[in-house]
Write a protein that binds this ligand. Sequence first.
Ligand SMILES: Nc1ncnc2c1ncn2[C@@H]1O[C@H](COP(=O)(O)OP(=O)(O)OP(=O)(O)O)[C@@H](O)[C@H]1O
Ligand SMILES: [Mg+2]
Length: 464
Amino acid sequence: MKYTLFWRMCTVIGVGTVLLFWAIDWLTNHTESSMSFIAQEHQQQLLDYGKEADEIWANEGEEALSVWVKALQEKEQTWVGAVTSNLNPIADSTIYKPFFDRFQYGRSVEWKIHLYFQDNPVMEIPFADANTHLLIELPQRMRPGAMLLYANAMLQIALPLILLCILSLVLYRHVMSPLRKLENVTKSFSAGHYDVRTNASLLERNDELTRLAVTFDKMADRTSKLIYNQRQLLADLSHELRTPLTRIDMAVDFVEQQINPQQALARLRYEASTMRNLVEDTLTLAWLNTESPQLDTEEFDLVELIQVICEDARFEYPDKNLVSTLPEKATLTQSSQIALGQAIENIIRNALRHTPEKSEVEVLLSSTEKGYRLCVKDNGPGVPEHMLGDIFKPFFRVDKARVSKGERIDTSQSTGFGLGLALAHRQIEAVGGTIKAQNYTDVAGQRSGLKIQIELPSSSATAR
Ligand SMILES: Nc1ncnc2c1ncn2[C@@H]1O[C@H](COP(=O)(O)OP(=O)(O)OP(=O)(O)O)[C@@H](O)[C@H]1O
Ligand SMILES: [Mg+2]
């Protein structure tokens, strides 16, 4: 899903907010209701007042009750009265106007008290004869809900703040922990540990941050490969430069000592041009590696290009038989004539170089569904199967590889640096094509050698 993280956060915030409101509402109601009852000891105190009044009324009469009522009024700083069931005041009780105007009945001590009413309610404690009642406006000291203001402040301000902080912390950790992992990996990578990756650690999340991690890994793969390749290229280049430099040193010595100076100067010129070619090819390869350019600017006829290359090659290798089978026309749009020309030229030259005298090299161009297929087949020794992939690596030469493995081989004939196929590979990739090498043997077993096959899209735009 494209916006997994977004939807996940929406759900958490949405559900969290609804739960928060519900919890606050429930807790407020619950707290308020539990705070609305008169405390047990005060309930008991009121009942005791009722009992005391009842006893005075029964044993000592109305006058004594009147004195007791007045004393209680004094003591609790509130209104106290005694009435009959039909609301006739007794014992000199005064009429308490709010009570008689509004309610005309008292509340039992176990009932809830309305905390939001300013006036204290009038409590009623019936006497044993059920006909007389003690009424007492709830004394302020017994009024419940004194802590209501603090409780409400806690529930409506502190609690939401705490819960929102927890929710934010959960979301923050959910987002930050992978970002921190990514940060550590990035730091490690920039410190030169090119093999670090986020790997599967973020895969199970399957959200936007996973995609970021996958993109980072891809970038790290590409960058580390590039750095490794460039280092390798530099190391190989400096290694390859040693031989011409040694020869140049020797030639300079010969010139200084006037030993065959003309030949030494010719050698100097040759080595200088070899070094120039080597450096130019290496720089081109480095450029193709790092920039991965899309060389797709021209429209040209591939047949014409191959014909020109073949003519030059025939001229250079007159003792070998270069046979080309080409169609009338093979137009490539959005391709690069220079890049393809260099690549094909190197492949045909390789084939001619490795084919014995009087033998044949075959160049075959045919159409395919998406474009064209170019095959170059020679009559040479081919390449050992396990080295077929390596010949596209820079500075790889089969004979050099064999020598480094301890085989005794005559390398005096090998002239190249092992850059041609590496360049050809990148150049063909840059115009949207592919190249592969394989050893072949004709059905009759008459011919065998190396076959290089190139697939080219007629328009590189269609290949991507
Ligand atoms: N047609 C072929 N037959 C046999 N071996 C081949 C053939 N083409 C290439 N190779 C092997 O692959 C190696 C790499 O070829 P590549 O063209 O990259 O380098 P090169 O020809 O040696 O030098 P360069 O092309 O830089 O002048 C060659 O050194 C050779 O060992
Ligand atoms: Mg070559």
